[in-house]
Design a protein around this ligand. Structure first.
Ligand code: C5P
Length: 411
């Protein structure tokens, strides 16, 4: 889901950082639009690093892109947290004097405002009237929490916890995180591989693939949230996915690898005492037979030198057939495109039988599907190739559906 997170200038702006992280972790694309005053409290680099998207406050930035219209039109949900008394007044009056207020007028999606201010300001007739106007227009205004305010004051006006804002806002658009079975992976050790391997041609070139690592990281974070002790074997993750791993609240042990050989070694080492191994990484099937120490030179007049390839070990098939530990559950992915010889599901079925894993998540890729996106759609097959489940939605939702199936196998 594409979310615009407006942040206005109150001390609670620091909590918007946690809300941003939470929404990103749940697999949503978030663009932050702070007001000038909000940037007095939290710097733009913080929002940029955690959202992976540019941050501007003015309509005069990126004029050719007509941002103030494009952002509003492209959003599935707008959340403004914290919303100050001044912002509520400007929104109620329909003012459009910065990027956030203009975007708000262009947005046709649900709008959720989470006010935060001192009790006196919240109770003031002007604020009450502005909130009433906004609610009449269909804007969802969350009631502030009661509690400690800035300084020693207490009372209504406190910004609710980021988890509560996210739940209330997302449930409005039917995208609330499904409540995972609390702790149903507690005490379990799991290994998840994510990203895509790179096979060196020479010291500067490699054969790689388009995997961002988003689905694997969502799997690792979902498992950690369900109580598992997680090792993430990360192969060349996209930068914003790496940021997500670093900023995630749940600890995962992270082992960084580059090639298939390194990934194999890391997965096998961590997998030796694991209850579950999930191979979500896109692993190169072939690697160059030799890798010279020096860069391969282009010789004028001579054509390109052929690159001889040799087959990589199939790590998933090895794990499935060997079982590093008795009873270990082994899960793989099959990214498929349909072709003349069969549909996505038929190819997935054949792969499930060949690999011998307990579960295979089959997804269609190509034409913008699967790679680098925030959502996914998978069919879960058992080792015999029979369909045992289906999941679609954010990569985190897909991850939770997969863990549900794993939990069944473990019990
Ligand atoms: O055969 P294919 O690459 O489509 O299979 C995908 C599944 O197998 C993924 O789970 C991937 O992590 C795993 N795989 C592997 N070793 C390879 C190739 C793929 O473990 N050499």
């Amino acid at each position: 889901m594409r979310i615009l997170l407006g942040v206005t200038g109150g001390i609670a702006a620091y909590k918007a950082v946690l809300l941003l992280r939470l929404l990103r972790e749940q697999g949503h694309a978030v663009r932050v639009i702070p007001t000038r005053a909000a940037l007095e409290f939290v710097g733009a680099p913080t929002f940029e690093a955690l959202s992976g998207e540019p941050v501007s406050t003015e309509v005069f930035d990126d004029v050719p892109g007509v941002q103030h219209v494009a952002l509003g039109q492209g959003a599935d949900l707008v959340i403004v947290a914290p919303a100050t008394a001044d912002f509520l007044a400007r929104a109620a009056a329909g003012l459009a004097d910065d990027l956030l207020t203009t975007t708000l007028l262009a947005a046709r999606c649900p709008v959720v405002l989470a006010p935060a201010m001192h009790t006196e300001m919240w109770d003031h007739p002007a604020t009450r009237a502005n909130v009433a106007t906004l609610r009449e227009r269909g804007v969802h205004v969350i009631e502030p929490a009661s509690g400690r305010l800035t300084g020693t004051d207490t009372g209504p006006g406190r910004l609710p916890d980021p988890e509560d804002i996210a739940r209330e806002a997302l449930s409005l658009v039917g995208a609330a995180q499904p409540e995972a079975e609390p702790g149903d992976l507690a005490g379990r050790r799991v290994v998840v591989s994510a990203g895509g391997t790179r096979e060196a041609i020479d010291p500067v070139r490699f054969i790689g693939n388009r995997s961002s690592g988003r689905q694997g990281v969502a799997l690792a974070q979902a498992a950690a949230a369900r109580g598992a002790d997680v090792t993430l074997v990360a192969a060349n993750l996209a930068q914003d996915v790496t940021d997500q791993v670093v900023s995630g609240p749940r600890a995962c042990a992270v082992v960084r690898v580059e090639s298939t050989a390194e990934l194999r070694e890391a997965v096998r080492a961590a997998g030796a005492d694991a209850d579950v191994v999930v191979m979500a990484a896109a692993v190169a099937d072939f690697r160059p037979a030799v890798t010279p120490d020096a860069k391969i030179k282009k010789v004028p007049g001579q054509g390109p030198a052929p690159i001889e390839l040799v087959e990589n070990p199939d790590i998933l098939a090895e794990l499935a057939h060997e079982r590093l530990r008795p009873g270990q559950v082994v899960v793989g992915f099959a990214a498929e495109t349909g072709d003349a010889s069969g549909s996505v599901l038929e190819h997935g079925r054949a792969k499930a039988r060949r690999k011998g894993a307990d579960l295979i998540a089959v997804n269609a890729v190509g034409s913008g599907r699967g790679f680098g996106t925030d959502s996914n759609e998978v069919t879960l097959l058992d080792g015999a190739g029979d369909v045992v489940g289906q999941a679609s939605g954010s990569k985190r939702e897909v991850a939770d559906a997969l863990w549900d199936a794993v939990v069944k196998l473990l019990s």
